[in-house]
Design a protein around this ligand. Structure first.
Ligand code: MN
Length: 411
């Protein structure tokens, strides 16, 4: 039996407001082509199809079209909910999707209530598939327990409970079936590649040995870097189809093609995905960066400029690199001398003069910048402006400090 494993599509994900819908369409089309070419019997989609719980109609069109196209290759499609998907929404669509040979699992359920599915291929092989959609810690550890005890205990309770769930589901595995599990969670030992928010990486995890030796293959979602996890059976993350954010340092994106048969661990190979734009970080002095102009194709860039800030610097970088998503002016790499911390007692007098002193300390010579500061200050603090008259600032710093203390003193 041949299985295609994919995960973490995150359709609807944007990059600083830029739509990635076309990249998603292209990447998912590539996955459909791989499914077709490999003539897979089964497609496992291991969660986070959507980037958000309330997807846009465009995102829904992309995801459901991809699922239907995958099913139209003749494969049975299996989809579980990830932490980004709305489980009740997926559950509601379950009966409709089932009409198109797409099985959904939105909630962890008992083996005989939808927690385990069986699928028999044309050649007569039967897969037994344990379905383990995302379980939040909140769904497992009771609220009152969270209020009281030690976070380590919660982690243990989470992982113990996941072990019992995996155990109960995998109990259904038998000697003559191809035994598969699909899960959306963090397994200890996975290299994150920066894909998911840290809280989820470090707060919720299970040891790899919750999956028994009787499993021929475990298809995971949640971590965006494709990788095998050491365990009692082949356990893999498929990773995301293309880079979702700059935190993801790996540049390999793929789906996994799994050859599985009853009684033996599956063989796994990667089928690369080329669609989707790369996310690259470019760093250097202004002249080094400008030398790269025109060489970065359509990669999305994070440009870190190692120069002292000056007006128009970021804008000129953006002009040079139309695909620059972030421009960060960081100061010269050698400039590690930090200005001395300011003594609050000296913070009095004209803010314009203080700002000029600050510029001088930072060795920024720019009269336009100082004038811009004056204008903004005037706008902000003018009588009738947001903050009221400027003379409020003329109170000496020590008096202001004691006034603030009084204001915070207990009544
Ligand atoms: Mn996830």
């Amino acid at each position: 039996m041949k299985v295609l494993h994919t995960a973490d599509w995150h359709v609807g994900r944007t990059l600083r407001g830029r739509s990635r819908a076309d990249e998603h369409r292209a990447a998912l089309e590539e996955i459909v082509a791989i499914a077709e070419e490999e003539a897979v019997d089964l497609v496992l989609v291991a969660g986070d199809q959507f980037d958000r719980a309330v997807p846009s109609p465009e995102s829904e069109e992309i995801v459901y079209n991809a699922l239907l196209r995958l099913a139209s290759t003749g494969a049975q499609v299996v989809v579980i909910a990830g932490n980004h998907d709305h489980p009740r929404r997926l559950d509601a669509l379950g009966p409709l999707l089932r009409l198109a040979n797409i099985t959904t699992a939105a909630f962890v359920r008992a083996p005989n209530k939808g927690g385990v599915m069986r699928h028999t291929t044309e050649s007569g092989e039967t897969a037994c598939i344990a379905l383990f959609p995302f379980q939040s810690k909140r769904g497992i550890v009771k609220a009152e327990a969270l209020m009281g005890s030690d976070p380590d205990d919660h982690q243990k309770e989470y992982s113990d409970r996941c072990r019992r769930i995996a155990g109960a589901l995998c109990e259904e595995f038998s000697a003559d079936t191809v035994n598969l599990a699909v899960a959306h969670l963090t397994v200890v030992g996975a290299a994150t590649g920066g894909g998911e928010r840290r809280a989820h990486i470090f707060d919720y995890y299970v040891p790899a040995d919750i999956f028994p030796e009787s499993a021929h293959y475990v298809a995971l979602g949640h971590i965006h870097k494709p990788q095998r996890i050491g365990g009692r059976c082949p356990i893999w993350y498929a990773g995301s189809p293309f880079a979702m954010d700059f935190g993801e340092t790996h540049d390999e994106h793929c789906v996994l093609i799994v050859d599985a048969e009853a009684g033996t661990p599956a063989r796994v190979r990667r089928a690369p995905i080329s669609a989707g734009r790369a996310l690259r970080t470019v760093r250097g002095r202004a002249h080094e960066i400008s030398a790269l102009a025109g060489t970065t194709g359509d990669d999305y860039l994070r440009v870190i400029v190692e120069e002292r800030p000056s007006p128009g610097l970021a804008e000129s970088v953006r002009e040079m690199f139309p695909h620059a998503v972030d421009v960060i002016v960081e100061g010269p790499a050698s400039d590690d001398a930090k200005p001395d911390s300011v003594d609050p007692a000296t913070l009095r007098g004209d803010p314009g003069a203080l700002f000029r002193r600050y510029l001088k300390e930072r060795e920024v010579e720019d009269d336009d910048l100082a004038e811009l500061f004056d204008e903004l200050l005037e706008e902000h603090y003018a009588p009738g402006g947001e903050r009221g008259p400027l003379h409020d600032l003329d109170v000496p710093a020590d008096e202001r400090a004691s006034a603030a203390e009084e204001a915070h003193a207990p009544a």
